[in-house]
Design a protein around this ligand. Structure first.
Ligand code: TYM
Length: 326
């Protein structure tokens, strides 16, 4: 069995980009692998959070994990800050990462905007992510495309330390889905769908009501050509909607193109609304059952125990290799 690890930040409600790019893989992989799925609260405080809201968001995301089908009998579900080894290993990795390579991280450049007062935590964000992954001897990291650079850094750090200190870490691989590794914004299909985008019309959240889903899809940006054809360069809006359609329905892009030949965007968008509403409604129903249940906290507490047992083995090995402690 391979070891799988992934995480999601508890910053707001998840959107269909998170779902189709990452969570769908979580559910698929848990059948044949040993999976750990984490709510990475330490990452989220690299930008300022309201403590009371953060606490709620942690439980929101944990509930969404379970609602989309992550099964705590098959996977370990836990909150990052409840396993202290994440921060400990991050420090060891920081001592082996270079300021040059961290300065080149595109997410840091975007978020810091060259400001002198950008938090150091934001700069070290990818190193904490590497710690998350390496702590569990992870083979596979299911994520969206935007995490590619962070996975590369994780691999570089693992290889660097293995070469310097002897075999310490498993070198992980990222896993990206073809159609949904990068779901784009609905009102600006040249940028990715994101939790932090100001425009509400840019995304569909997993807990959105049918009326909001309808509004977002019917108003989504397309083009003036009128044909339903996959062509990312010339038709980014339609191509993005085709990806969403394909991911929710399980149909191939060509099959969908053939189905809508000669039809306009209106008919295509109307069907897409139904498909997305149908896809999200069982998730929303399960979410409502789970969110305020006792089961949720039990799952997270048990997850912490199981994750800690694996993490402490890795930290023992790391301490030995680095000559730490007594
Ligand atoms: P986060 O919380 O931004 O996003 C969670 C997951 O959703 C994917 N994703 C997308 N996929 C397709 N299209 C999109 N528009 C889209 N937007 C987001 C992300 O790629 C991610 O898989 N740094 C990570 C959290 C993290 C992590 C880790 C992930 C911390 N430690 C260890 C894996 C392993 C992040 O910010 O994800």
């Amino acid at each position: 069995m391979k070891r799988v690890f992934s995480g999601v930040q508890p910053t707001g409600n998840l959107h269909i980009g998170n779902y189709l790019g990452a969570l769908v893989q979580f559910v698929e992989l848990q059948e044949d692998n040993h999976c750990l799925y984490c709510i990475v609260d330490l990452h989220s405080i690299t930008v300022e959070q309201d403590p009371a809201i953060l606490k709620e968001h942690i439980l929101d995301i944990a509930s969404l994990y379970l609602a989309v089908g992550v099964d705590p009998k098959k996977s370990i579900v836990f909150v990052q800050s409840t396993v202290a080894a994440h921060s400990e290993l991050a420090w060891v990795l920081m001592c082996n990462s270079y300021t040059g390579e961290l300065s080149r991280m595109t997410q840091f450049k975007q978020k810091s905007k060259d400001s002198e007062s950008a938090p150091t935590g934001l700069f070290c964000y990818p190193v904490l992510m590497a710690a998350d992954i390496l702590l569990y001897d992870t083979d596979i990291v299911p994520v969206g495309n935007d995490q590619k650079q962070h996975i590369e850094l994780t691999r570089d750090l693992a290889i660097r330390i293995n070469n310097k200190y002897g075999e310490t870490f498993v070198v992980p691989d990222g896993r990206f889905l073809k159609e949904s590794a990068r779901i784009m914004s609905l009102d600006d299909p040249t940028s990715k769908m994101s939790k932090s985008a100001e425009s509400e019309a840019s995304r569909i959240s997993l807990l959105d009501e049918p009326a909001r889903i309808k509004k977002a899809i019917m108003r989504s940006t397309t083009d003036s050509e009128g044909s339903i054809r996959f062509d990312v360069e010339n038709k980014p809006g339609v191509s993005n909607l085709l990806n969403i359609y394909s991911s929710f329905s399980g149909k191939g892009i060509e099959e969908i193109e053939a189905q809508y030949e000669g039809l306009g965007y209106g008919a295509f968008k109307k069907d897409l609304v139904d498909i997305v509403v149908e896809g999200l409604s069982p998730i929303q129903e399960r979410y409502r059952d789970i969110r305020y249940s006792n089961e949720l906290l039990d799952v997270l507490r048990e997850g912490t125990e199981k994750a800690e047992a694996i993490a402490s083995q890795t930290m023992k090995r790391v301490s030995e290799r680095f000559g730490l402690g007594i």
